[in-house]
Design a protein around this ligand. Structure first.
Ligand code: PEP
Ligand code: MN
Length: 263
């Protein structure tokens, strides 16, 4: 179902008041984790002014350590929804279980399946049974074919609105948190009709590399970006070192606007 051979036209996935696919430059932006109302409102205002098209925020955080902040759950979803409504942005949030799918379905315009759950086939089937679009991140050590099979798990249950997100893979390199596989973009474009986004935040883990990686993603043919933004990255409860603040994000969006005109 994801294979371009049987569906040569690129797919356009509707998400709330926007679309993801060729002809649109999607920018999903917001904090790694939803922390409080003031944070979500200020972030939504800032990213909307900068030109982001979808607001993100994690309410269920699959953290490497069980002692790290695990997210606000439904309370967080309410804050994310309120901020999205206030600034007219569709919202996206990761789900990690059947229970979180049922709860998040009441609030979100798009589900995220995180890298750690890319091969959680039970979870993939569960989101596949809904009609809410799915943002499917690449597994930490997954091949492109494994990733496309994960998309197939979702689509074969009936949900055809899948968007792929390259977020870096594990390699021997330690200078960045993961290694951005930029080649995945043209490879996917040759194999599937599904939209492809790139997440330079988790791919690099380092704020300063995000502008260059964002531009390379667009140049490679990505349909958009997912970028983590925090009103005060030094106080972020998760992924602070890779988060841009609002002025940095605005600056990057301005650069991308110019960049788009030349490419
Ligand atoms: C996230 O988007 O905040 C996240 C946890 O990403 P990943 O699953 O790619 O690590
Ligand atoms: Mn994160």
């Amino acid at each position: 179902l994801a294979n371009k051979k049987f569906h040569p036209e690129p797919s356009i996935v509707p998400v709330g008041n926007t679309f993801i696919g060729p002809g649109y430059l999607t920018v999903i932006s917001g904090p790694c984790a939803i922390e409080n109302e003031e944070q979500m409102m200020s972030t939504a205002k800032g990213v909307k002014e900068a030109g982001a098209t979808i607001l993100r925020g994690g309410a269920y955080k699959p953290r490497t350590s069980p002692y790290s902040f695990q997210g606000l759950g439904e309370e967080g979803l309410k804050l994310l929804r309120a901020a999205g409504d206030e600034y007219d942005l569709p919202i996206e949030c990761e789900v990690i279980s059947r229970e979180s799918i049922e709860t998040a379905a009441k609030y979100v315009d798009m589900f995220q399946i995180g890298a750690r759950n890319m091969q959680n086939f039970y979870l993939l089937k569960e989101v596949g049974k809904t009609n809410i679009p799915v943002f499917l991140k690449r597994g930490l050590s997954s091949t492109i074919d494994e990733w496309l099979n994960a998309a197939e798990y979702i689509m074969s249950e009936g949900n055809k609105n899948v968007v792929l997100c390259e977020r870096g893979i594990r390699t021997f390199e330690t200078a960045t948190r993961n290694t951005l596989d930029i080649a995945a973009v043209p490879v996917l474009k040759s194999k599937t009709h599904l939209p492809v986004l790139v997440d330079p935040s988790h791919a690099s883990g380092v704020r300063e590399y995000i502008p260059a990686l964002s531009k390379s993603a667009i140049a490679a043919g990505a349909d958009g970006l997912m970028i983590e933004v925090h009103i005060d990255p030094s106080k972020a409860l998760s992924d602070g070192p890779q988060s841009l603040n609002i002025p940095q994000f605005k600056e990057l969006m301005k650069e991308l606007e110019d960049y788009k005109k030349i490419t």
